[in-house]
Design a protein around this ligand. Structure first.
Ligand SMILES: Nc1ncnc2c1ncn2[C@@H]1O[C@H](COP(=O)(O)OP(=O)(O)OP(=O)(O)O)[C@@H](O)[C@H]1O
Ligand code: NI
Length: 301
């Protein structure tokens, strides 16, 4: 932070993700979703402090401590793919989309020169990137096209774990559905997907489980069917997110998330929580997937 203060942008987060499973990470802007993704990819700024561990396999290297050479040679793109939140920042500005796709295909899959053009075009098609735009440079692309170019690049490696940070931003609804279906295919082929999204409709369509983040912590982690259906979310913040949807109650959560350098001593959501009690002055211990002193029971029956 400016002025040399430290903030805990992500704190106490723990989850696992199996092959063939999609976990959706949801929560309001600024709650720490992208910082968590960057930590897993070793892409945090050099002055960031990270504690804990993260492994792709029980015998694999710890992603949080692995050196950059190992990460870029053996992990990123091959075992861990990323669809970044700001695709234009991750595309190389001076090269066409075609040349970036072909290079990635060649490096990761070893396709030979004679087959590269066709393989690059197949990669573009997976992300619905129009072939007649392949010879453009990133600055000649709309936000939605840059998003699809980044998605095409990330899908090339068919990595066992794909992290997609807001993969549907800037896309029309039918392209959202197409992208979501392509990502779901990645999961149904036996790979894992961590999808970060504001779009709860997309999360409902794709996820097996849902993790809700608030002020740097996971406040609820549960099955998608239970979350979106019956009995519904148990954490009041998670319930508030769903109630804010136009197709549900369309009632926003009052107030704003706290500043990370001025978190309340107890439950960070208590100042906005309709059900807060004195107990909420102490931090809640996550129990049964919910970090709340007064989780909702099966209230929607
Ligand atoms: N390099 C940094 N230095 C200081 N604070 C940072 C840094 N990077 C992120 N933050 C802070 O960490 C918090 C979490 O940011 P993050 O980008 O992870 O949010 P997010 O949940 O991905 O939000 P969005 O939905 O808008 O993408 C924010 O409050 C942000 O200001
Ligand atoms: Ni983000």
């Amino acid at each position: 932070m400016p002025g040399g203060r430290d903030v805990a942008a992500v704190d106490g987060v723990s989850f696992d993700l199996a092959a063939g499973e999609c976990l959706a990470l949801v929560g309001e802007s600024g709650c720490g979703k992208s910082v968590l993704a960057s930590a897993l990819l070793g892409l945090l700024p050099a002055n960031a402090m990270v504690r804990g561990g993260a492994r792709l396999a029980p015998d694999g290297p710890d992603l949080l401590t692995a050196d950059q050479a190992t990460l870029s040679r053996t992990v990123r793109g091959r075992r861990l793919g990323l669809i970044p939140q700001s695709p234009s920042a991750h595309l190389t500005p001076v090269r066409t989309v075609r040349s970036q796709l072909e290079e990635t295909v060649r490096e990761i899959t070893g396709v030979r020169r004679s087959g590269l053009r066709a393989a690059g075009e197949r990669a573009a098609e997976r992300a619905a990137f129009p072939l007649d735009h392949l010879d453009r440079h990133p600055h000649q692309l709309s936000g939605g096209l840059a998003q699809r170019a980044a998605t095409a690049l990330a899908l090339v490696g068919d990595a066992p774990l794909l992290i997609a940070d807001e993969p549907t931003t800037g896309l029309d609804r039918d392209l959202v559905d197409r992208t979501v279906d392509e990502l779901r295919r990645h999961v149904d082929d036996g790979r894992a997907l961590l999808v970060i999204t504001h779009d709860l409709a997309a999360a409902e369509r794709i996820a097996d489980r849902v993790a809700v983040m608030y002020a740097g912590r996971i406040v609820e982690l549960t099955g998608a069917d239970a979350f979106f259906g019956d009995p519904g979310p148990r954490h009041p913040y998670a319930a508030g997110l769903l109630d804010a949807l136009p197709e549900r109650a369309f009632t926003p959560i009052p107030g704003m998330p706290p500043e990370l350098d001025a978190l309340p001593a107890g439950c960070a959501f208590a100042p906005r929580c309709p059900a807060a009690t004195e107990a909420c002055g102490a931090p809640p211990t996550p129990t049964g997937g919910v970090a709340c002193h007064h989780p909702r029971e099966a209230a929607r029956a």
